[in-house]
Design a protein around this ligand. Structure first.
Ligand code: HEM
Ligand code: HEM
Length: 270
């Protein structure tokens, strides 16, 4: 019997068959998520009272941290953490691409495909009661990809507008007059959009959804059960089984180098 780690596996006694679990996010990926999570929450908590100064009780947040200047400083420190996290992720994406010899879709399984558009359509039909079953998703479904790209395009918007607000004299001297009011509106509105997306969309997917409630622990443990991977990512599950069947054996560490994408891509960190 085997404990499978994404696309890798470690031999286990047969009586532990019921406990099989799969690595969904590597330790490094979880680290990136944690830095994003913490910096995002701190930025939101310290930014919202600036956005709504007329809401009296929000001022309590500033009182709690030691005043507005402290809150502004905390906002800037958290912003640096988020920017650093984004930079680390870009280097990580580059490393995956090189390791996968520039085979784009293997290196970056989050990239949208034509199948995602078809899945979106089939899923919509299912929710309208026209289709009987959900489509079979692969390692990342279209919702998860959307979630990822929301952060991917949101971060540059927040970073560029935030840096303009941070250094208004410098940017005021180098950019057209309209840049500062534009940065203010972009930062303020994108913050509301991002917070709403996380609270409504992401928290539903990983938290309020009755299948997940009280919470999906993947962001902490990095693992999902065999039942979960079969139900939610059946195509990935089938691929893992096929790799094992082709070798007429249980999957091993070596399979990680051949199976496309995902946590196995940086298996040394698993
Ligand atoms: C990523 C880099 C970011 C940088 C460099 C940055 C920087 C700034 C700066 C300089 C201000 C002006 C207020 C002040 O002078 O202290 C500000 C305001 C604000 N920030 Fe950020 N921030 C960033 C990310 C975020 C994120 C991710 C959020 C929300 C999730 C956020 C929410 C806000 C809000 C709501 C305001 C108040 C805007 C208003 O008054 O309408 N910021 N930020
Ligand atoms: C307490 C807060 C949060 C919890 C409990 C949480 C939990 C999770 C979990 C369990 C996953 C893995 C889902 C899976 O693939 O099976 C995940 C993925 C992800 N999270 Fe979070 N998360 C939180 C906050 C955030 C924040 C603040 C951001 C970004 C600003 C974020 C961005 C992402 C992204 C991009 C993914 C990958 C795409 C996806 O699977 O949806 N998360 N999160």
């Amino acid at each position: 019997m085997t404990e499978m780690t994404g696309n890798t596996a470690i031999a286990r006694p047969a009586h532990e068959a019921a406990e099989r679990s799969f690595v969904r996010l590597s330790r490094f990926q979880r680290g990136q998520h944690l830095a994003m999570l913490v910096s995002f929450l701190v930025l939101a908590i310290t930014g919202i009272p600036m956005r709504f100064p007329q809401v009296h009780w929000l001022g309590g947040i500033y009182a709690a941290v030691g005043g507005l200047p402290v809150a502004r400083a905390i906002h800037r420190v958290a912003a640096l953490v988020m920017i650093a996290d984004g930079a680390v992720h870009l280097v990580y994406l580059g490393a995956l691409l090189v390791r996968r010899r520039f085979r784009l879709w293997e290196a970056w399984p989050m990239l949208p495909t034509w199948k995602d558009a078809q899945d979106w359509w089939a899923t919509s039909l299912y929710y309208f009661g026209i289709r009987r079953e959900l489509p079979a998703y692969d390692r990342f479904n279209f919702r998860e990809k959307f979630d990822y790209f929301a952060v991917f395009w949101g971060l540059p918007v927040m970073m560029i507008s935030g840096l303009i607000l941070w250094f208004p004299v410098f940017f005021g001297n180098h950019l057209p007059d309209i840049a500062i009011p534009m940065a203010y509106i972009a930062h303020s509105d994108e913050a509301i959009l991002a917070i709403s997306a996380i609270v409504v969309w992401h928290f539903y997917n990983v938290h309020y959804n009755p299948d997940k409630f009280p919470m999906s622990w993947v962001w902490i443990t990095g693992r999902i059960s065999e039942e979960e991977i079969r139900r939610e990512h059946p195509l990935e599950y089938e691929r893992l089984r096929k790799v094992a069947a082709d070798r007429d054996a249980t999957p091993t560490e070596a399979d990680a180098s051949t199976a496309p994408g995902g946590a196995a891509a940086d298996r040394r960190t698993i």
